[in-house]
Design a protein around this ligand. Structure first.
Ligand code: ZN
Length: 488
């Protein structure tokens, strides 16, 4: 994510070099946990025959209710119909998952909506609601390691997450001609039920029905041409690579699109609200150039298409939705495009397993802005580092907030972005260019489509450089004081 306009945040003003100000969000308010309704088994029954309830959170201590335990989602198949005039979404979510324990009951995350029916393996299941938890009790026990399919029919008025600390609004946001859908960190639950945490990634397909004349944009590529039947047009999209729920989108409205390929042959899909039509060609070209350049720096592009979407909804920020970064209310400059496309490697393909490691996404994407600037013969990464270092005196909040420990209520703090990027530059100076750029490629390669932690990154950096790097990371990533200047 990047913010677009300058604003003062709790952490103070950003250095002038930064392309935007970072705004933050916090965890959605959660309701108390539902009462445990699992009946007490008769003394003769063994636990294995009864199973236990899946946990109501996936285990992220900073976001205790996000995601769910007891299963691993493999695939989401979402059939969605949206009527912008009525602000009404009708959904049928079919979720294929693997049980990770003998499950008597499990939760999905879903915010709002009227749930009509839930089935598990085609048998009607009972369900309950508690805050943003949808609690499903299948008719019979789900055995550990067995695959199962849960289907949820729901409808209603989507309610985005509003007034979160710093950021404001995210999730499914109705707009005047459709919807702008950007969900970091936990807004996927505002439009489909699921395991809403980046540590459970899955493939997706989307069948989206919208009023004739509108376009629905989701992740991946279209399967066949849109079908118009009566006053509705149906768009089918498929994301065949694992994706975190917060990166899924179904942004829709009036759009002009341009498809083609990058010079290296990656399908490239750009779409803009008609208000930005004059910028469609440039956006498509720049998006292709930057995608191709990153393949030379980070290694092969991890997905089957690249893209860019500009909507006229004034979100004031951009989000790196998988294969389709979204720009809300502005046409992005190259720096922001470079940032969101770097996330395709760092954040989307290589995902964090807990939010406190967010610098692995945002520090890398911010450093990528510096790398792009250097590549374009503008300011070098060193110059941008120097300027950021100088701009923040000892008292700046950037130094008291350790980027290696992103906080739930101030996740998108400037420190996570800029000091995260500075950490990478300090590392580059320490280990040398050759090892540093090998490290970026190895990190992207070894954890492609996986989930990672900061500890794993430090371990790889030490192994590849044959250096002990505790002091460097201790100072730049975890310290609460301004580090000493880098020695040249
Ligand atoms: Zn970002």
């Amino acid at each position: 994510m990047t913010a677009h306009r300058s604003r003062t945040t709790r952490s103070g003003r950003l250095p002038a070099l930064f392309t935007g100000v970072l705004v933050g969000v916090s965890a959605v308010g959660c309701s108390p946990s539902p009462a445990d309704t699992v009946p007490t088994p008769p003394a003769s029954a063994r636990l294995a025959d009864v199973g236990t309830a899946g946990a109501e959170g996936i285990g992220d201590t900073d976001f205790p209710k996000d995601g769910n335990g007891g299963y691993d989602v493999k695939h989401y198949s979402l059939r969605l119909d949206y009527d912008p005039e009525r602000v009404h979404l009708t959904g049928e979510a079919t979720i294929r998952a693997l049980a990770l324990q003998n499950l008597s009951r499990f939760n999905l995350d879903l915010s709002g909506f009227d749930v009509r029916k839930v089935t598990v393996d085609n048998v009607e299941a009972s369900f309950d609601r508690a805050g943003t938890e949808l609690i499903v009790t299948p008719k019979s026990l789900l055995k550990n390691s067995a695959e199962f399919t849960v289907k949820v029919d729901y409808k209603g008025r989507p309610q985005p997450v509003r007034n979160s600390s710093n950021l404001g609004t995210y999730g499914f946001i109705p707009t005047k001609d459709g919807a702008f859908v950007t969900c970091q960190p936990n807004g996927a639950k505002t439009w489909f039920p699921g395991n809403d945490h980046p540590s459970d990634k899955a493939t997706f397909d989307f069948t989206i029905s919208v009023p004739r004349g509108l376009t629905a944009l989701a992740n991946g590529e279209m399967e066949g041409a849109p079908r118009t039947e009566g006053n509705k047009t149906v768009f089918t999209w498929r994301e065949r690579h694992p994706m975190a729920t917060y990166l899924a989108t179904m942004t829709l409205g009036k759009f002009e699109t341009l498809t083609g390929k990058t010079k290296s042959g990656i399908p490239n899909i750009a779409a803009v609200d008609p208000a930005y039509r004059d910028d469609l060609q440039r956006l498509h070209r720049v998006n292709g150039q930057i995608t191709d350049y990153w393949t030379t720096v980070f290694g092969p592009y991890p997905f089957s298409s690249t893209g860019a979407v500009v909507d006229d909804f004034d979100a004031g920020y951009a989000l790196e939705n998988q294969t389709k970064p979204m720009y809300g209310g502005f046409s992005p400059d190259e720096g922001i495009v470079a940032h969101e496309l770097a996330h395709q490697w760092f954040g989307n393909s290589v995902s964090i397993a807990r939010w406190k490691d967010l610098w692995l996404n945002e520090g890398f994407a911010t450093y990528s802005e510096w790398l792009w600037s250097e590549h374009r013969g503008k300011g070098t990464a060193q110059e941008l580092f120097d300027s950021a270092y100088k701009a923040q005196d000892e008292k700046s909040p950037i130094w008291s907030y350790p980027p290696g420990k992103a906080r739930a209520k101030d996740l998108f703090n400037t420190s996570v972005y800029v000091r995260g990027a500075m950490t990478l530059h300090a590392l580059r100076k320490k280990v040398g260019d050759r090892t540093f750029f090998d490290l970026l490629k190895t990190w992207a390669h070894d954890h492609r489509y996986g989930s990672v932690s900061t500890e794993q990154f430090i371990e790889l950096a030490e192994r590849m450089s044959s250096l002990q790097l505790d002091d460097l990371f201790g100072e730049w990533l975890y310290g609460t004081r301004k580090p000493k200047p880098l020695t040249r």
